[in-house]
Design a protein. Structure first.
Length: 179
């Protein structure tokens, strides 16, 4: 009979998020996580075979949390309402995703397989925002603006707390274009 694990994958991911928040992506190592969890490096590697697997676990967690805030295509086929929901999901997810975590996402994308997965996710979003009418174009532009703000946030735009005000601007413009 084997030993019962003293720490779960979810708890390790919680601790990994804390490490990234405090020290950035470079601070996240198997050793640092083992120390934070009070277990051996082997204990961490039992749950996550490598740092790449650990980062993948964090990205999967963040992506899952974000996607859970979005309606499926069958729930919300209207592109304008979908982008409004995307804006709301972006606002809600910012409590969990700060610039240091976003920087970790950038390093994750250096792997071609991870980059392909991300490209496929965006292709799915753009398929939902398809069409040639003014509403579809406004939805695509608003979506691109929100994504641009996310990328700017990685570079520290939110130091003065301006992030939500800029999201308000996107939402106001989207509303005025589609009213």
């Amino acid at each position: 009979m084997g030993r019962t694990p003293t720490i779960s994958r979810d708890r390790l991911l919680d601790l990994a998020e804390d490490i990234v928040r405090q020290g950035g992506g470079a601070a996240l190592t198997i050793g640092a996580l083992a120390q934070a969890a009070g277990i051996s490096k082997g204990g961490v590697q039992y749950a996550f075979a490598s740092k790449d697997a650990l980062v993948r676990g964090l990205i999967d967690r963040w992506t899952g949390q974000f996607d859970a805030l979005l309606p499926g295509p069958e729930e919300e086929p209207d592109p304008i309402r979908f982008v409004h929901r995307y804006l709301a999901a972006t606002r809600a997810s910012q409590q969990a995703m700060n610039a240091k975590m976003a920087a970790l996402l950038v390093s994750y994308l250096e792997d071609p397989a991870n980059l392909q997965e991300t490209r496929d996710w965006y292709r799915g979003i753009f398929a939902r925002l398809g069409g040639q009418g003014a509403q579809a174009r406004a939805a695509r532009v608003a979506f691109l603006a929100v994504e641009g703000l996310f990328l700017m946030r990685i570079n520290g735009i939110d130091e003065e707390g301006s992030w939500t005000g800029l999201l308000d601007d996107v939402e106001t413009v989207l509303h005025s274009l589609t009213a």
